[in-house]
Write a protein that binds this ligand. Structure first.
Ligand SMILES: NC(=O)c1ccc[n+]([C@@H]2O[C@H](COP(=O)([O-])OP(=O)(O)OC[C@H]3O[C@@H](n4cnc5c(N)ncnc54)[C@H](O)[C@@H]3O)[C@@H](O)[C@H]2O)c1
Length: 360
């Protein structure tokens, strides 16, 4: 037998092992569709390691696109997208959108911004910079590379609304100097910037006004009703209801929109009804406790989704109880990890004026 033949025979099993190894590595990812070069888009998701952004990443990756997540990990975490790390269609960049970014993309989903009151109030100036300078940077990028940009806006642009339900034509009722203003006004000006770039520079923009959303990967300590109630019910603590005639509407879908649209679930519940529902779903013995009203808390929220329905055929698909049950399961698992000494960061209290200066 020739020496080459002997070598081939010896190497053959090793080759097979390598093939198996490669196969097992490639199978660790969720399945992705194959898209031809023509249909495959290069998509940037800012804030893609956060709650909403990571679900959007999953959707676009599974649809077969190339996704670049840009995140400074202020409230997001690598764990939310770790299942894509190493995939040839995926890239994760640790970057703050307040700094310019130069990459080549076809579409931008601009989600980078803390979303819950304790997080956006923690450093209001930074929240303003993220929503203003960060949005300008992303619009500049969109203009430079001819990309379409979607801004994740919020129902907070309506402030404490005087119109109910809220539709896209309502201009809002925001306190410009209140504790929530850094976020509310930041998002309002971000929307203004989008339309200025559209009118002046011809950039294709979309704005989605998202209402209160919950689900897996949301922050357990985000200080909002759904997470508060679930956490309190699971831990046997009193469910704290603020004494207002408040009601919320909720949504659990992530989607692509083509104009300015309000998105959420038009089903409306009082906060007390929510507390009772979550208490019963968790089967918790927690009491319900009433607290005084917080400053500038919106009294009522309910999206008018007729435009989204008419133009996009969009409406919420996850029923409330199903969404809550999934979120409760997620929180239970996270609490188990916590009990096993796995660290879950808690947002720090809002900083007051004094103290060590912080680099923004
Ligand atoms: N979740 C909701 O109920 C809701 C409602 C309305 C609007 N929104 C909007 O949707 C978007 C996503 O919200 P979410 O609930 O996923 O919040 P999130 O806090 O989970 O995600 C935001 C992400 O942005 C990142 N980020 C923040 N500042 C950044 C910066 N300067 N540079 C780069 N990355 C930065 C965070 O690290 C995080 O990963 C936000 O723009 C938010 O305003 C969310």
């Amino acid at each position: 037998m020739k020496i080459e033949q002997r070598i081939d025979e010896a190497v053959a099993p090793l080759r097979e092992k390598i093939r198996d190894l490669e196969l097992s590595l490639s199978q660790k990812y969720p399945p992705v569709k194959f898209l031809s070069e023509k249909d495959r888009k290069r998509i940037l998701i800012t804030g893609g390691a956060g709650f909403v952004g990571s679900h959007l990443t999953d959707k676009l990756m599974m649809d077969g696109h190339e996704v670049t997540v840009v995140d400074n990990f202020f409230t997001g975490r690598k764990r939310n997208v770790e299942h894509w790390i190493g995939h040839e269609n995926f890239e994760l960049i640790n970057h703050d959108v307040v700094e310019p970014l130069y990459i080549e993309v076809d579409q931008i989903y601009h989600l980078a911004s803390p979303a819950s009151p304790p997080n956006y109030m923690y450093n209001p100036i930074k929240t303003l910079k993220t929503n203003t300078i960060g949005t300008l940077n992303m619009l500049g990028l969109a203009k430079r590379v001819g990309a379409r940009l979607l801004l994740a806006s919020t129902s907070e642009v309506y402030g404490d609304p005087e119109v109910h339900p809220q539709n896209e034509e309502y201009w809002g009722h925001v306190n410009p100097i209140g504790p929530r203003a850094c976020y509310d006004e930041g998002k309002r000006v971000a929307e203004t910037m989008c339309y200025a770039y559209m009118k002046q520079e011809g950039v294709e923009v979309r704005v989605a006004r998202i209402f209160n959303t919950f689900g897996s990967r949301m922050h357990m300590n985000d200080g909002r009703v759904v997470s508060n109630f679930i956490l309190q019910a699971l831990q046997g603590e009193p469910l704290t209801v603020r004494m207002v005639r408040a009601s919320v509407s909720v949504g659990t879908d992530v989607m692509e929109v083509h104009e300015m649209c309000s998105q959420g679930n038009p089903e409306e519940h009082t906060i007390l009804e929510f507390a009772r529902l979550i208490k019963s779903l968790v089967v918790s013995r927690s009491q319900i406790q009433f607290l005084p009203e917080a400053q500038d808390d919106p009294q009522r929220r309910r999206p008018d989704i007729r435009k989204a329905k008419m133009m996009l055929g969009w409406e919420p698909v996850v029923p409330l109880e199903e969404g809550l049950n999934k979120t409760i399961q997620y929180f239970s698992r996270e609490l188990e990890h916590q009990a096993n000494n796995q660290y879950i960061p808690k947002p720090k209290a809002a900083r007051m004026k004094k103290g060590r200066p912080r680099h923004n």
